[in-house]
Design a protein around this ligand. Sequence first.
Ligand SMILES: *[C@@H]1O[C@H](CO)[C@@H](O)[C@H](O)[C@H]1NC(C)=O
Ligand SMILES: *[C@@H]1O[C@H](CO)[C@@H](O)[C@H](O)[C@H]1NC(C)=O
Ligand SMILES: *[C@@H]1O[C@H](CO)[C@@H](O)[C@H](O)[C@H]1NC(C)=O
Length: 195
Amino acid sequence: MAPFSLIILISIVLSFLDDGSASQNPYLRHVHRPCKSMVVYFHDIRYNGNNDQNATSRIVGEPEGANKTSLVGVGLTHFGDLIAFDDPLTEDNNLRSPPAGRAQGFYLYDGRNQPASWHGFSMIFNSTKYKGTLTLAGLNVILAKTRDISVVGGTGDFFMHRGIATFSTDAVEDETYFRLRIQIKLYECWKLMNH
Ligand SMILES: *[C@@H]1O[C@H](CO)[C@@H](O)[C@H](O)[C@H]1NC(C)=O
Ligand SMILES: *[C@@H]1O[C@H](CO)[C@@H](O)[C@H](O)[C@H]1NC(C)=O
Ligand SMILES: *[C@@H]1O[C@H](CO)[C@@H](O)[C@H](O)[C@H]1NC(C)=O
């Protein structure tokens, strides 16, 4: 068989084996297992007018008629409140454990009929385990048992990483404190080569 027809034969066979997706796009991969995973606890103490010494978040925007010391409205929706935060992250659920990192950014109560908040923030790690940042963005449907938020990128030890952060509410104490358990699973992990 001439080499040319052999090539044609091979490409015909390959086209039958093709599942129609992965081989056309070399960047499209089906991943089942994370390349990195970890759990962190996110502690938020909201300023209420008299806890300045330990508050880690503040209302910075509110709807007409509301104020910056109380979340607006009855119930849990608080529609229109915007909160800025610089919250500690710990490896276990103890607020007083040495922080593994910080979470800095904002959340906006954006559910009119059901409690929901939109989070845009970065986690900053500076421990012996990890140095670098992860940036998260997505909707937190507060009363759902678990909520998946996108991890849209990273720097340092998390160079160009992407994945999913699953939030679950771990504690809600009085009006000012809540704690989230965040399970982070990264499905794309790149390594920066310096040379
Ligand atoms: C923060 O400080 C206030 C006022 O001292 C206190 O009542 C509250 O329990 C503290 N919050 C937490 C989560 O430790
Ligand atoms: C803020 O709003 C809350 C709820 O309406 C109210 O109880 C509180 O007194 C207000 N605080 C200030 C400082 O106006
Ligand atoms: C990280 O920690 C080291 C050692 O504690 C400190 O020197 C450095 O300034 C920290 N970097 C950041 C970005 O916080």
